[in-house]
Design a protein around this ligand. Structure first.
Ligand SMILES: Nc1ncnc2c1ncn2[C@@H]1O[C@H](COP(=O)(O)OP(=O)(O)OP(=O)(O)O)[C@@H](O)[C@H]1O
Ligand SMILES: [Mg+2]
Length: 549
């Protein structure tokens, strides 16, 4: 026959081993508490079992779990003070406490327990590295608990402490994880992390949206695929430098449609300095870049304009005099006596060259002045389609000679625009002449007009109705490294003496005077498209400087 104490020991042993199992299998402290109290009930009687968590910051105790049939004011979530309670004493002294009979109070605030009908209690500290809380059993009977019960409750408390610690850590980690994820997702640029073999481990919301994949779908994909989906063609893996050097790297990348991205890669290394992942940060800077370029361009053109106006004016006068003398000398060189002199033989040809070159200089000067002079034209409401047709009439002859086809795709429902027709004729003339010049024979030039909204790069004109004119050719295209330069005054790839390189700078200026925007998309060998946006029915510059209605 087993003795009563042997039976009890066995029961304790069973309880403890069951508890260990629970702790390893579950992280929820509520579950651990429920199973545990149902086991304890078999060994020690109670009217109420409770688990209080110690909040060090607030210095109070929170009722975290409760098992009772009593209808008491002590409920889950209620806070109890440390000072003046037996549970508080247990916390501060890290020792169990037994209230044998609450008719005699040791701690004044235990009166609350007495008021609820509790007569005896036993409280055990829950400690794991630091004090976590208190486990209590309360009874409505006096003298229910003694030191003997500690034999059961102390080892039990140890196990609850471990479970409690796990649960609290888990809670903390989950909270931090969520916080981190929220931060990651709130970034409006694309961020993702790849392992050292360049497979995506994690991606933020912005990237997922851009590439059209879910978090699960993107996991494991290769770096190249992500770039391809964003529209960036990369020859070598973008973060290769970071992987080999284990250092942060930066690159500017070009995407489709002229977009520009800034790309950073940051290495993640373990304690031994081994690289295990790379953080990627990709920012679309197209509009910012475009704006910067436009500003630089306008600035450069504005200062050049003033300079040019002055110089052109000064040179024009002496040139006029030289031209006059050259002409006079040319006339005189017709003289038969002079022509018979062998020393005079080259004179007429030289004079003719001087004469021609002076007129070329004058032409250059007049286009310089065109560029520099503030728009002198008269602004009025115009139909852009009609204006384009007029320009085509002027260039048709040349197009025929070069065997180009010109196709017009004009939107008939366009609103009229308020503009200077003279300047706009010059604008489209320059652009179309360029398309024809830079396209080998039998090319095709398409001019399209359409409705649009806002003016690119001009925030203050964001919502206004606008029109867009696209001029595309099937020509040589502009090499990527020259795209930024074509609007610069005097930039030309024409042979020396053939072009001024002022055509596009003048276009830029005209567009700016009209509060519009001019951009281009070009691919070497695949043609160029100029994209001109002009505000519809809007007076230029909004300013009082234009009063010619
Ligand atoms: N449609 C186009 N296709 C290819 N390249 C172009 C095109 N339009 C312009 N370019 C490039 O831009 C440069 C500048 O053009 P811009 O019209 O300002 O000067 P230009 O044509 O060289 O000289 P100009 O207009 O005074 O005769 C050109 O030299 C050319 O390299
Ligand atoms: Mg030109």
């Amino acid at each position: 026959m087993e003795s009563a104490s042997e039976q009890k020991n066995l029961a304790i042993f069973n309880l403890i081993s069951e508890l260990s199992g629970i702790i390893n299998s579950s992280l929820s402290i509520g579950t651990v508490f429920r199973i545990m109290v149902s086991e304890i009930r078999k060994l020690i009687g109670y009217s109420r079992a409770s688990l209080l968590l110690f909040n060090e910051k607030e210095n109070n105790l929170l009722i975290f779990a409760l098992d009772t049939e009593m209808n008491t004011i002590m409920k889950k979530g209620v806070k109890a003070p440390v000072k003046g309670t037996s549970a508080g004493w247990v916390i501060t002294h890290n020792k169990p406490w037994i209230n044998r009979n609450l008719d005699e109070l040791t701690f004044p605030l235990d009166k609350k327990l007495h008021d609820e009908g509790i007569r005896s209690t036993i409280s055990i500290p829950l400690v794991h590295d630091k004090i976590l809380g208190v486990f209590n059993l309360d009874s409505t009977e006096p003298e229910q608990y003694s030191e003997k019960d500690l034999q059961v409750l102390l080892p039990v408390a140890k196990h609850i402490s471990i479970a409690l610690e796990n649960a609290l850590l888990f809670q903390e980690i989950s909270r931090e994880k969520k916080e981190w994820e929220r931060t990651f997702d709130s970034i409006t640029d694309m961020v993702w992390i790849e392992d050292s073999r360049q497979h995506v481990i994690r991606a933020n919301h912005t990237l997922l949206k851009k590439v059209g994949l879910s978090a699960v779908e993107i996991t494991g994909r290769k770096c190249d695929e992500i770039f391809a989906r964003i529209g960036i063609a990369v020859r070598e893996p973008a973060c290769a430098v970071t992987i080999t050097s284990k250092r942060q790297s930066f690159r500017e990348m070009k995407g489709t449609g002229g977009s520009i991205f800034n790309f950073w890669a940051y290495p993640l290394t373990d304690e031994e300095g081994r690289l295990y992942a790379v953080v990627h940060y990709l920012k679309d800077v197209s509009s910012q870049k475009g704006l910067e370029q436009q500003l630089i361009r306008s600035d450069r053109l504005a200062s050049l304009g003033t300079l040019v106006a002055g110089i052109a004016h000064e040179i024009n006068n002496p040139l006029g005099i030289i031209a006059g003398y050259a002409e006079a000398l040319l006339e005189r060189s017709d003289n038969a006596d002079l022509r018979s002199l062998p020393e005079f033989e080259d004179f007429p040809e030289y004079l003719q060259t001087i004469h021609n070159e002076i007129f070329r200089c004058k032409d250059i000067l007049s286009s310089l002045l065109d560029f520099a002079r503030p728009s002198s034209g008269t602004y009025r409401e115009i139909d852009i389609n009609e204006l384009i047709k007029e320009v085509i009439l002027l260039v048709n002859h040349r197009a025929k000679r070069l065997k180009h086809t010109i196709e017009l795709r004009l939107n008939r429902d366009l609103p009229r625009i308020y503009a200077d027709p003279g300047s706009l004729r010059q604008l489209f003339m320059n652009i179309i002449m360029n398309s024809m010049y830079y396209t080998p024979e039998r090319g095709s030039i398409i001019i399209m007009t359409e409705m649009s909204t806002g003016i690119r790069g001009k925030k203050f004109l964001e919502d206004i109705p606008s029109i867009t004119v696209l001029v595309s050719d099937t020509g040589a295209g502009i090499p990527a490294d020259l795209v930024d330069k074509v609007f610069d005054p005097f930039f030309t790839t024409k042979p020396v003496g053939e072009g001024t390189g002022l055509g596009l700078s003048i276009c830029h200026k005209i567009v700016e005077d009209h509060n519009g925007s001019i951009n281009l998309v070009s691919e070497e060998g695949n043609g160029t498209t100029f994209d001109i946006q002009l505000p519809a029915q809007l007076r230029p510059n909004y300013g009082p400087s234009y009063d010619n209605d």
